[in-house]
Every structure is written in structure tokens, then in C-alpha cells.
Write a new protein. Sequence first.
Length: 204
Amino acid sequence: MARDFKIGFDLDGVSFPTPQLIVAHWNNVFGRNYGTIDLPALMPHEMYGVSAEELQRELLVFFHSQGFRDMPPLDGAVEGLRRLSEFGCISYAITTKPAGVEQATLESVRRHFGDLFAEVLFSNTSGLGVAGRETKPQIAHRIGAKVLVDDYLPSLNGCFESGVTGLLFDHNLDYGWCKRQIPEGLGVVRNWNELVDKIEAIAD
């Protein structure tokens, strides 16, 4: 059993199916039929035939919608976090959000995950001023997390320098933005079962 082994988890794309719902929202607004596998980047405005500003505006519409507040956890997330807790791990949510949705994020995490996350920490979140300027690896290092899990490769940049093991979460190999050269030493997992197995092997 791992005693007090700390892990940082991204929320959007790892703990919640946020990318899937954002793509569905963009498809509905802009008349497309893409899936997450089709997106080579997280903000593919050229694919949708609109400006970056238009795509960003609809992203904010989603984050302020009831659909965001009612979003269920990603399959396997609750069970995986519970299993890690029983193994002796302490889980933290480390997330980047647009300004103004911090409270809705906290309420959603509490409603769906209870106390499975010890704390929700915001990175690069403009609405929090200085408190939100840290990168995810910086936050992970500060809280003593040994592992950081994210679905966005740039969010894991700096893990090695911070002494944190980075794991890229490519859900069912269905995240198009994960299909790029993976740096040596960075692990890739496809679902929560693989993720928990990997973390338990690291922590043991």
C-alpha cells in the first residue's frame, strides 16, 4: 500500500468528458459532425471554418451552460479514484478553466466525486490573479505530487524538471490532439483501469 502518495489529475478530458461535450456543442453551432479523434488541436477553428475568436466565444458559452454544470464523470473515474484512495493515494484535481466558472467547477466536483479529491487547484486561470498563474507541473511539485495526469501534452511540459512523473491520458485512443510525438519517458494510458494500474505500479 502507498501511504500518502499524491497524484494530480486534470479534470477536463481525464475526470470529465468535457472535450466530447465541447465538440458536440461546436458541431451543433457550426453545422459539423466531428469527433474528438478528428481534432489535431484543442482549438481547431480552421476545421470549423470560423475565426479563433468565434470558436473561443462558443467555448465560453459551453463553460457557462447548464450542460457543463450537469456533466457526469468520465467512465471509470469515480471507481478509479476510489480504488486509488483504498490503495493509500491522495488525489488532487489540477485544472485550467476560463475565468468565472471556478465555483461551478468546485460544485460539480463535490457533487460527483465527493471527497475523492483532497482539493481542487486551478492553474493558468486568469480570474484568480496570482493564485492561478502556476502551471500544472509547478502546482504538482508544490503540493508534493509524484504523478500528474493530463490529456494535453503541453500541460505536462516541465514534469521532468519538477521531479513529477507525467502520464498522458488518451481516452480509448480517441483524442486527436494526443497523436503527436511522445517524449521519451512519458507514459500513455487509454482508460482509468490502465491509469490506476500504472499509478499503483509507480507507487508500490
